[in-house]
Design a protein around this ligand. Structure first.
Ligand SMILES: Nc1ncnc2c1ncn2[C@@H]1O[C@H](COP(=O)(O)OP(=O)(O)O)[C@@H](O)[C@H]1O
Ligand SMILES: [Mg+2]
Length: 340
């Protein structure tokens, strides 16, 4: 598989990207792409060893699956966006979900994380069914997805974005709001945690800046930091490298690997095949709503079904994430906007 597969990468559909941005991330990861980076922790190394024993066939059982999905179908009108018969995701590993635009990757993420409802299907996380659970409930159970920094969120500060992702403030519950010290303590803890995470991603100096003023790469870091506010077990990243200046790609990849090496399970969608080969332990390929191949990165990218999937690729518009925001939050943001 050649550069074709990463041809639709990032830069051209990336808002707020400076003119210095090159559309070729190849140059940055090329040298390292030859050999995938080895995990640095025992738990991650074990996950990779486990996966080495798995047969690279669609629906293959995993030795230690954290997420299991069965017969998940999502239709929009007459069009079937997702039709996944069986998928298992290995705990402690980085799994890449790849496929052409319109393949159903984002829709599948939305379904799994409770932001959309399928026509049919079941799936479980850590052995518990998540069917019918809201995004907030799914996050409480330890599975979070990142959100693009949308127009609405760009008008908040970096710190406000972080606090929006904090677990529900007890001050918002009316019986606890009688006890101001309860919510004050909670608020302080949330702010401390937000600042700690911002420091990890080198965004602490930007805490008071409007999120909209961040560069493409910094936005992606903020999206990741925000997702970590709930201490997830599993993190789902939808195109974490899209729109990122090539100079920052390596650092972002490092952050993703660090999450895995700390014991988190990562499932990420990415168009940049060099990045996929470089950091993922396992690759799942979607085309026209179905999973058409899965296996170790190197093997999968030479698979005929994968080549065909990309050759048949069509382009589609990204609907953005505003529609996924909690309606309450969106209403609040809109009200604030009107006041200005
Ligand atoms: N809310 C929606 N309403 C109608 N069609 C949708 C909606 N969301 C996604 N689709 C369609 O479902 C298909 C899969 O989209 P998507 O999951 O965004 O693909 P990917 O993330 O792989 O590019 C596309 O054809 C897209 O147009
Ligand atoms: Mg998508």
């Amino acid at each position: 598989m050649s550069a074709d597969m990463s041809a639709e990468t990032s830069a051209e559909n990336a808002p707020g990207n400076g003119p210095g941005t090159s559309p070729e991330p190849e140059s940055v990861v090329d040298a390292a792409a030859a050999a995938a980076v080895a995990p640095t922790s025992a738990v991650a190394a074990e996950a990779r060893d486990d996966l080495a024993q798995v047969e690279p066939v669609v629906g293959a059982p995993k030795p230690d699956a954290i997420l299991v999905a069965d017969d998940v179908v999502r239709r929009f009108g007459g069009m079937t966006a997702v039709d996944v018969t069986h998928l298992e995701v290995q705990r402690g590993a980085i799994t890449a979900l790849i496929g052409p635009n319109g393949a159903g990757k984002t829709t599948f993420f939305n379904l799994l994380t409770g932001f959309d409802t399928p026509q049919s299907g079941t799936w479980s996380f850590e052995g518990r069914s998540l069917h019918g659970k809201s995004g907030a409930r799914v996050a409480q159970q330890g599975m979070v997805r990142t959100f693009q920094l949308t127009k609405a969120l760009s008008r908040l500060t970096v710190l406000q974005n972080m606090l929006l992702a904090a677990p529900k403030n007890p001050g918002e519950r009316f019986w606890l709001s009688w006890l101001p010290f309860t919510w004050k303590a909670h608020e302080k803890a949330a702010t401390d945690k937000a600042m700690e995470l911002l420091a990890r991603f080198k965004l602490d100096d930007k805490a008071g800046d409007f999120a909209g003023s961040l560069s493409g790469g910094q936005r992606k870091l903020l999206e990741m930091a925000r997702a970590l506010m709930t201490d997830p077990t599993m993190i789902m990243l939808d195109e974490p490298m899209a729109g990122v200046n090539p100079a920052l790609v390596q650092s972002l990849l490092g952050h993703v690997q660090a999450l895995r090496d700390e014991g988190m399970t990562v499932l990420f969608v990415e168009h940049d095949m060099h990045a996929v080969r470089h950091i993922s332990d396992w690759v799942v390929v979607m085309a026209e709503g179905r999973i058409v191949a899965e296996g170790p990165p190197r093997a999968v990218m030479q698979d005929q079904a994968v080549v065909d999937a990309y050759l048949g690729a069509h382009h589609d518009t990204d609907l953005g994430d505003d529609s996924l925001l909690d309606p309450e939050i969106l209403a609040r943001l809109e009200a604030e906007e009107e006041k200005r």
